[in-house]
Design a protein around this ligand. Structure first.
Ligand code: PHE
Length: 463
């Protein structure tokens, strides 16, 4: 039975849904942290160059492959070359793994939004609050299940009626909120105990100024690799999500323009997130508060909000609502990609597929959420860090599988199918693919080499 394939209503629907996937916690907590750590403007400069070359290449490839094959990762790679079905399966496994922990993070964010909305901001700023929350065996599970259930409900409602509809509301609101908070950050001013005055503008300049002090070749390479891994995590490429979303794009849509808009949206929100977080942290705690990962969002920022006084309660609400929107639209893209692959493999309906996946992932989310209490254990990861259950899932999917998939897919597209496979699709709507030459060089030569180095580095082989 040939069923009508789901699709986005048009260009805007597609761009906002794809931007919804791309804009996530990566933009809001990882990008600002890396910018602060990796030399401010120097990181920004490198990141921008990479977005326009490398990010553009991977995003274009994923979306074009999706639209050309009209399938999700497994079907798409099989259609391109039956011998490469394994790459489709590998790609499919990335969202399968990410989904086990993404709703858990969504649950943390929801918990914090609830704390601020119910006027308990000062509790969140106390030492040990975050740790005592995640190590409790009840609350993190409840919030994770709630987040998972909402995600499932949206995906259950389909591409246009669920994903597109939600993204069309949330993404514009998110953009406005980020601009408002960033604007407020710039107006901040604080005198510390030593009598030193720090302003938001100072923090903003610290963020934008390229810091070359102590720059060695090794450090430059490190910054480059940080920027690169951030980039493709941020664009949601090499995990099949953009292939799935691409498969829902109608033939008459100009993909060139869509790719540009998605890149601009994702990068714009990352830059604005830096402008909202770095000056605020800088004003109240110098650069010391810019720690990595969850502790920035759930430990440093609540302290910064508390230091803002009354205004901090409002800013806290706005910030965590923004983060819920960012996390939810990413989470639905992960579940959608799994759903779409399963529908193609098992020939089941959307509703039935989503129901089965929901049961599986409610269970998985609960287990991962308990990874800080009942199922707590520590493992030393090959990249040198120590992790729990959640970090292990994250490490396998993001540090090992994604660079490997990107590397293999550049070989498949660049050397086996040849770049014309993608270029033809980019021009199939009658539009010109302006960065055609760049694309050819990137996909055949530059991207494979860079992905190989990134793979060696992130798996710890290169250190
Ligand atoms: N792109 C998202 C971000 O920047 C992260 C993400 C990862 C989204 C995996 C979907 C799937 O945070």
């Amino acid at each position: 039975m040939e069923k009508k394939k789901s699709s986005f209503s048009g260009q805007i629907g597609f761009v906002l849904a794809a931007a919804g996937s791309a804009v996530g916690v990566g933009n809001l907590w990882r990008f600002p942290y890396l910018a602060a750590k990796d030399g401010g403007g120097l990181f920004l400069l490198i990141y921008l160059v990479l977005v326009l070359t490398f990010g553009f290449t991977l995003l274009t490839s994923d979306i074009a492959i999706g639209r050309r094959t009209k399938e999700s990762a497994i079907g798409a790679y099989t259609k391109m070359n039956p011998k490469w079905k394994f790459l489709g399966v590998l790609t499919f496994l990335v969202p399968v793994l990410i989904m086990t922990y993404y709703a858990v993070i969504g649950g943390w964010v929801t918990k914090y939004a609830v704390i601020y909305l119910t006027g308990h901001a000062s509790a969140a700023a106390e030492d040990g609050y975050f740790t005592s929350f995640i190590t409790s065996p009840v609350a993190p599970v409840i919030f994770a299940l709630l987040f998972m259930a909402v995600t499932s409900l949206i995906v259950y409602n389909g591409v246009e009626g669920g994903i597109e509809r939600v993204s069309k509301y949330m993404m514009p609101i998110l953009l406005v909120l980020v601009v408002v908070i960033a604007g407020y950050s710039l107006t901040l001013k604080h005198t510390d105990d030593a009598g030193q005055i720090r302003t938001g503008i100072d923090g903003f300049l610290y963020y934008l100024t390229p810091h070359f002090e102590g720059l060695t070749f090794k450090r430059f390479l490190q910054i480059l690799l940080d920027a690169m891994s951030q980039l493709f995590f941020s664009l949601s490429v090499s995990m099949g999500i953009m292939i799935t979303y691409g498969s829902y794009v109608k033939p008459e849509i100009n993909l060139n323009r869509a790719v540009n808009q998605i890149e601009i949206f994702d990068t714009g929100v990352a830059l604005l997130a830096g402008a909202m977080i770095i000056p605020a942290v800088f004003v109240f705690s110098g650069t010391d508060g810019m720690s990595a990962g969850p502790s920035l969002m759930f430990i440093s920022l609540p302290k910064v909000f508390a230091a803002m006084g009354k205004a901090g309660n409002v800013v806290g609400i706005l910030f965590f609502v923004t983060t819920i929107f960012a996390t939810l639209t990413s989470c639905i893209s992960v579940l959608e990609s799994i759903t779409a692959n399963c529908m193609e493999i098992f020939h089941t309906t959307r509703k039935k597929t989503v129901l089965v996946l929901t049961v599986i992932y409610l269970t998985a989310s609960a287990v991962i959420a308990l990874g800080y209490s009942i199922f707590y254990f520590e493992v030393k990861l090959p990249n040198g860090s120590v992790g729990q259950l959640l970090d292990i899932m994250d490490y396998i999917s993001n540090s090992v599988m994604m660079p490997l998939i990107a590397l293999l897919s550049t070989i498949l597209i660049g050397w086996i199918k040849t770049p014309d496979y993608v270029i033809d699709e980019m021009e199939s709507s009658g539009d010109t693919f302006h960065r055609k030459k760049l694309y050819r060089v990137m996909i055949r030569y530059v991207a494979p080499v860079m992905m190989f180095v990134l793979f060696l580095q992130s798996t710890g082989i290169l250190s």
